[in-house]
Structures are given as C-alpha cells and as structure tokens.
Design a protein around this ligand. Structure first.
Ligand code: ASP
Length: 327
C-alpha cells in the first residue's frame, strides 16, 4: 500500500517536473487556431492578420481552422476537447464568450471556467448596413422603414448568439420591433447575400464591411460608437444620425483550453502582444477599422475579468429581448 503511494507521488513529481520543460520547447509543431465562423468574415480576417505575425514570434506556423456553426459555439466547444498543451487555441468573441451564456440553455462550456484566457485581441465598432436597393437612405428613414415592414424585413446574421445577431437584437429592442432573422455560418457568407440583395440588412463589425461600403455595393447607415470610424470617415455615428441609444462595442479574444500550462499561456500571450505591437499588424487592423485593446486587457488575467464583466453585461440584455437558442 505504502509502496503504491510512493509510486503515485513519484509519478506526480515527474509530471510536474516535466511541465516547465514542455513549456520550454513549446511550440514543438504548428499551432492550430480555431475560428468559429466561416472564412472571409471579421473574426477570420482579424485572426489571419494576427496569426501571421504571432507565428514569427513563436517560430512555428499557425494553421487556421474554420469550425463554423451555432453562432460560433460549435468551434468553441471543439476547443474545450483539444489537448491543453498550447498547440490548439481559438479566437472567440462577444457572442461565443459572453452572449452565448444567456442564449444557449444547453451551452456545453463555460466561457471562463472551461478556457485558459490568453488576451484580448481587438475591439470593434458595429456598423448598420443594408442591401443597396433597400429604400431608406439614412438611419431615421431606416427606423421608419423597419417599423413599417417589421413582418417582412429580414435581418442576416452569423447564427444565434453571434455578434451580428446580438447587436441587431439590441437595435430591435431600442426600436421596438421583432423582424425575421436569417442565420448564416459567418458574416462572410451573410455579406455575400447582402451584396447580392437576398437579405435586407446586417449589423456587422466594421472589419467585414468597409470594403463593400467604399465600393458602394451596400449601404451603411451609422456606426454604433461615440466617434466616427477611421476606416469609414463619411459614415455618421448613431448619435449624429439620430439614434444615440444604439452604442455597442464588440471584441475578439484569444483563448486556449482549460488546463494549458501557465508558462505556455505566457508564451502565447507574449507572441500575441508582439503581434499587436507589430507596426504592420497595427496598420492593417486600423485600416480595416478595428481598434487595438488597452494593454491591461491583452493579458490572461485582464481578459478573464473582462469576459466575466461582459457576461454580466449581455445576460440581462438578452433576457430582456426574450430570445433563446435551442441546442
Ligand atoms: N463576427 C461575426 C459575427 O459574430 C461572425 C464572423 O466573424 O463571421 O457576427
């Protein structure tokens, strides 16, 4: 009996002793980054820019894997089953790691307890866009149109709980309407259908939207933030356009599976911060309209506290909207 205890203790000591060594050699092979939405959407675009720079700091390739579905909760669930050794990480966002708690009664993960946070990647403004043939030409006209066409208007989004879904829910709650919703596997494909005129409007991160607005293939009514967005200086803020109550900032965050060794998380965080300080990354993200996070949030502890606060912020908003997803 005593001998068995000794053996167990020796094995535990061996494993404990091996962890820092594993962290020292991390990453020993390419890192997989799960993106819980289709390619070509804002999460995917931001992730690819940051991953390219991070891979230089880590000395290994970062392979993007798009695991779309259920508003990003499918890809997030996938991460929780990955080996917690740092070789599989993900980019989540306001939807997958905050709004999902209230929206999915059977969510298979807890956004904080089942992950090891690495750091906040960026924040992003929401832009209200519409197909170019939609009759309204400004936000006031759009609100009137939506009220008059509530039963037939259709709102494209990236799945229940996605950012495009929840931020339009917020808009609907302010206006007092409940239009049709059309879910996609990401706002990349939703945007394609908006450009093709198959859906009426979309609340999306500026990152996915600026090129189409500049090209005139869609309309942009307002950006839901305090000041105009550098990527779209001609688009008014919601305050300027007459709907000051509609303000919403969303974010992307980098996470690893729960139990990933702390020295590995530290290495990933260092690489993330190096990427965010990379002038090329900064320039590309700014050009797309994304904002870099406060330094204190680009840390594991900062992100953990931030996600907890965001869950507390979004839960009552979603409960008040009376929406749930069945999964
Ligand atoms: N960020 C989008 C959303 O949640 C999805 C995407 O990146 O494709 O609406």
């Amino acid at each position: 009996m005593q001998k068995r205890h000794l053996l167990v203790a020796a094995a535990a000591a061996l494993v404990a002793g091996m962890l820092p060594a594993a962290a020292q050699t991390f990453p020993s092979r390419p890192v997989t980054m799960i993106i819980p939405f289709a390619a070509g959407g804002p999460t995917d675009v931001v992730a690819r820019i940051v991953a390219e720079s991070m891979s230089k700091a880590l000395g290994q390739a970062i392979v993007i894997e798009n695991v779309a579905g259920a508003g990003g909760t499918t890809g997030s669930t996938r991460l929780t089953t990955a080996q917690p050794d740092g070789h599989t990480i993900m980019i989540g966002h306001t939807g997958t790691h905050a709004a999902s708690v209230a929206l999915y009664p059977n969510l298979r993960y807890h956004p904080v307890n089942d992950f090891s946070p690495i750091g906040l990647v960026n924040t992003n403004a929401i832009l209200l866009t519409a197909k170019k043939t939609l009759p309204p030409n400004n936000l006031t006209e759009f609100v009137a149109w939506l009220k008059a066409n509530e039963r037939t208007a259709n709102n494209a989004h990236a799945g229940i709980g996605s950012v495009s879904h929840t931020t339009c829910l917020l808009l609907h709650a302010i206006i007092g309407v409940k239009p049709q919703s059309v879910p996609y596997r990401g706002t990349g494909p939703a945007m394609n259908d908006l450009v093709a005129g198959q859906v009426d409007y979309l609340c999306d991160q500026v990152v996915n939207v600026a090129p189409q607005v500049r090209a005139g293939t869609i309309k942009a009514f307002a950006v839901a933030q305090q000041s105009r967005n550098a990527a779209l200086p001609d688009v008014p803020t919601t305050t300027e356009a007459g709907l000051p109550a509609y303000q919403v900032v969303v974010w992307n965050a980098m996470l690893a599976p729960k139990g990933t060794p702390e020295p590995v998380i530290a290495k990933l965080n260092e690489a993330l911060r190096a990427a965010l300080a990379d002038p090329n990354v900064k320039a590309r993200l700014t050009e797309l309209g994304a904002d870099l996070p406060e330094a204190s949030l680009a840390t594991p502890a900062g992100l953990r506290a931030f996600i907890e606060a965001e869950i507390a912020k979004w839960t009552p908003v979603i409960r008040a909207a009376g929406v749930t997803a069945s999964n």
